[in-house]
Design a binder for this molecule. Sequence first.
Ligand code: ATP
Ligand code: MG
Ligand code: MG
Length: 421
Amino acid sequence: EYQPGGYHPVSFGDQFHQDRYKVVRKLGWGHFSTVWLAHDKEKNMYVALKIVKSAPRFTQSALEEIKLLEKVKETNKEAVGWNHIAQLLDHFWHQGPNGKHVCMTFEVLGESLLSLMKRFNHRGIPSAMVKRITRQLLLGLDYLHRECGIIHTDIKPENVLLWIPNVQSYLGHPSQPSDNQQQVQQSASSASLLNQTSPGSTKSRKRRVKRRIKKQQARATVSLHEECPLPLEPSLVLPSSVLDILLVHPEALDRVVVKLADLGNACWTSGDYGHVIQTRQYRSPEVIVGARWSERADMWSLACMIFELLTGEFLFDPRGGSKFSKDDDHLAQIIELMQVVPRSLTTLGEYSREFFGKNGQLRNIKKLRYRRLRDVLHDSFLLPPSEADLLSHFLSPMLQVEMEKRRAAKAMLDHQWLCGH
Ligand code: ATP
Ligand code: MG
Ligand code: MG
């Protein structure tokens, strides 16, 4: 894709914007862009430099992204939610062999929630951590929705990035793990809803944990310097080390900041929209049937994501079959879980008729296996009944099939589930 209209070819040491930004290494890439760690000479700090593909449709969408990001930045810097959206620092044009590219700079953040899930072997992130993440995402979404009038439309683990402020203070001084810390370490690296309920640690297990911590301590410092094309200052923390630091310094968990990133698909709440949004597993029912959608679509995705963070499994993972489509299966799974089929779904969507018959029954899938969320959490993920009840009580308002009944971000913030550990 490094061709005219595509990505801009970048080498380490390349300079941008009248030599203000110098590229140090690669941070990531997406369908629209490549993202680089760059040093900002003027401010003497590091930034994430996003260089967008040059074809007109990518340029158009990037210019829209900038408008939305500027709104987010300017609307209310005092709002608590402001801090939970990845903020735009600067933007400019860059002419290269493949065309003229929109470039944006952002504060440098760490790994995404997807990497965090991988770190727990897709067996679920400890609930105390998920609660902390959820609280911050609700604040970010409330700010985006109410104050900025923006719908993100693509809430999913890879678009949520982690950071630890003043992360430098953790480098080079791995804390000697005390007994207490070892336990946190252990839960931080291998806990899941399943093995949180398994019996306490044995001696050999403790020894293994100790060995692992040693290895991780080594890695946290090493990862700062390896594969590093240009010399880095020792104080610079690479994004990929946030999770390493957490394993070595579990106490830093209290300071993790979570930020919503990638407003590349976002749109205005006041806008005229009807297109399909959201990544499949996080897609809300109104979008599937082609009905009007709103900022509440983000709340649906958020609930799906929280379930996934906790359990390591998708809440909805639809598949197509010979007699039914992926959308049919998706709607069936939603109805099986929420056990309602509102008229808004069966009649108001552009495609409602394709999915539902006259009496509101699914046309292509006849046999439904109802399962309640609390039972799924209890039976499949072994949550104790009281916890399963509380979590299901928390998620259900965000999973209301009828969009009008779905709870807004602000109204979720004082839920009891978020208070506990
Ligand atoms: P998509 O296909 O998801 O729309 P995109 O081209 O719009 O991708 P982003 O999702 O914004 O690009 O960024 C691509 C990747 O770059 C991210 O998944 C992340 O790994 C990395 N990245 C983006 N912004 C930052 C940042 N501020 N700090 C560190 N890494 C970042
Ligand atoms: Mg992305
Ligand atoms: Mg994008």
